[in-house]
Design a binder for this molecule. Sequence first.
Ligand code: SF4
Ligand code: FES
Length: 257
Amino acid sequence: MTAESVAVDLEVLRYRPGEGSRLENFSVQVAKGTKVLDALDAIWATLDHSLMFRRACHHSSCGACAMRINGRERLACVTQVAEAAEEHQPIRVEPLHNLPVVGDLVVDVAGFFARMTASDLVITRSAEPELPVSVDPLPASLSLRQVVVPEDLDRFIRFESCIECGICVSVCPSMAADDGFLGPAALAGIHRTREATGDATESAHLLALADGDGGVWRCHSSFECTASCPQAVDPAGRIMSLRGQILARRWGRMWGR
Ligand code: SF4
Ligand code: FES
């Protein structure tokens, strides 16, 4: 390692089915300014090939590296080692809560995605409006094609900002106590899909789902999900908004609207 490297101490929760769980300490050298995920990569590469953790993009886009770092749900790929080490020595790394642990830091996300499916949240490219970007013919004087960006580009910013990391599920006290709850991500998805759809039948169906068993009324309004979401999806705010829409619909029905 170079002079720019630092020693990092981590305490990692190890688990295998049938063997129970234990904390294991590791010390690795990592480059200055590195992230917790890089430290886990270094453990895997230099000390222990059996360490189980999940990652893909390394830049907070895929949600795969969500875990508890010093008792707080975060994306390991954007959590600075220096910051985490200042909070707690050694840095404690554990799997998400409220999802079954497969091994070490890997949780089973099947239940999470089943909830997303149950809430009819299917994101497809065709669900997005078509972006009318035109590419001009290449002028002889230019080496690059000129892209004409529409003035109302904001309209086309992707409505699907949730990266399906599961952090909101891990922090949610209602999820911890209630297996039948759809959960913050799925309900935020229902809210978002209602915003995007122009189909009245689908919109009514989604609102009925939000109002049904497992829906918004099971939320304890702790707002932990909103405070922890790395993508500012604001699941709790969306759940409150859905409650308002449900009450408005009931009120409207009472008055025959
Ligand atoms: S709503 Fe936020 S915390 Fe929940 S899964 Fe999506 S990105 Fe993660
Ligand atoms: S590795 Fe993709 S979000 Fe961290």
